[in-house]
Design a protein around this ligand. Structure first.
Ligand code: SAM
Ligand code: SF4
Length: 328
């Protein structure tokens, strides 16, 4: 079992498989992208699998595949097939922009992958295309509905962006949550955008998001959430789905954090607001790698910051990072 220096059990790995993306969301990266890493610095599918296996041996029970856009990796399904054959792994989930997932939906279902988070920051196509700097709304929306219809447990991630998409908060609830069994989660914006926009506070924090929604719907009830959940979840009376609010910038959920992040280059990140504490790529490419990886992981989790504020203080230049490298 992996237990950190604050007595938190770590059983959830967020594994980024690439830093590349076919969208250019303006809250995530600059218009021209970031300095994407060369292919030989990315972990291969075999390395991602071996690393996952070692971590499952150490107690990881849930892996979320993220990126960049995971489906930018042509060999992604090979990894998913291998991971789905690991018996101790209870949950393989994905976070995707849903532009490229269409042809894989049926195989994902066959592999037993149930939980898919789709990023959709607007219900108005023009707003969506302006934020993502590409014209993919129809594809994303079509794939989202297909995932719901195929019975996946779908969560939609919507980042509340001041001056950009907050007019879409109520329409997305009306359009999706009212009719479909989805959870639409509203997240606070974080300043991990590759240095393109700096800020120390946000207008649309979790309170403002909630007040905005509550002023439209008099009958909202709080629903129970898992202890390690980052979202506070609610039901609007007579709606098929639910909604959640994730205070990702306010960071009041760190006490129960059960997550470890590994980037596509093998960096180990023990807190979203921390820089990488180790890199595992060379170790994976060397001899006796499994034992060494175990040692490095144990060492990393024994030096975790207590919360995102402590991590932020300890680490310099974290706000130059882009979420496409960190994995969200
Ligand atoms: N490309 C995939 C996607 O967009 O779903 C997976 C990677 S993306 C980096 C993972 C999550 O991070 C997405 O839900 C995205 O909206 C979120 N994200 C990216 N930049 C963010 C930021 N600056 N603040 C808050 N969330 C962010
Ligand atoms: Fe790509 Fe996801 Fe970042 Fe948007 S949020 S640019 S889809 S990695």
């Amino acid at each position: 079992m992996l237990i950190d220096n604050h007595n938190r059990t770590i059983d959830y790995l967020r594994l980024a498989v690439t830093d590349r993306c076919n969208l250019r969301c303006n809250y995530c990266m600059p218009e021209n992208g970031i300095n994407f890493v060369k292919s030989d610095r990315l972990l291969s599918i075999d390395e991602l699998y071996r690393l996952s296996k070692v971590l499952v041996d150490q107690g990881i029970r849930k892996i979320r595949i993220t990126g960049g856009e995971p489906f930018m990796r042509k060999d992604l399904m090979i990894l998913l097939r291998k991971l789905s054959a690991i018996p101790q792994l209870e949950d393989i989930s994905m976070t995707t922009n849903a532009t490229l997932i269409g042809n894989h939906i049926l195989e994902l279902k066959e592999l037993g992958i149930k939980n898919i988070n789709v990023s959709l920051d607007a219900i108005n196509p023009e707003t969506f295309n302006r934020i993502t700097r590409r014209s993919q709304f129809e594809t994303v929306y079509g794939n989202l509905i297909k995932l719901i219809q195929e019975g996946f447990n779908v969560k939609v991630n919507f980042i509340a962006l001041d001056g950009q998409n907050t007019d879409d908060i109520i329409p997305i609830l009306e359009n999706l949550t009212k009719h479909y069994p989805v959870s639409v989660r509203f997240l606070e914006e974080m300043p991990f955008n590759g240095g393109s926009k700096k800020f120390n506070e946000i207008t649309w924090n979790h309170r403002k998001i909630f007040e905005h929604i509550a002023s439209h719907y008099p009958s909202i009830s709080k629903i129970s959430s898992e202890k390690t959940s980052t979202s506070i979840n609610y039901q609007i009376e007579d709606f098929a789905g639910t909604f959640g609010i994730i205070p990702s910038f306010t960071r009041n959920f760190c006490g129960s954090c059960n997550r470890l992040r590994i980037t596509a280059t093998g960096d180990v990140i023990t807190c979203l607001y921390a820089n990488a504490s180790k890199n595992l790529r060379d170790i994976l490419r060397g001899e006796s790698s499994e034992e060494k990886i175990k040692e490095e992981i144990l060492d990393a989790i024994k030096h975790r910051a207590k919360n995102g504020f402590e991590a932020e203080k300890r680490n310099k230049n974290i706000y130059e990072n882009s979420m496409t490298s960190i994995g969200g």
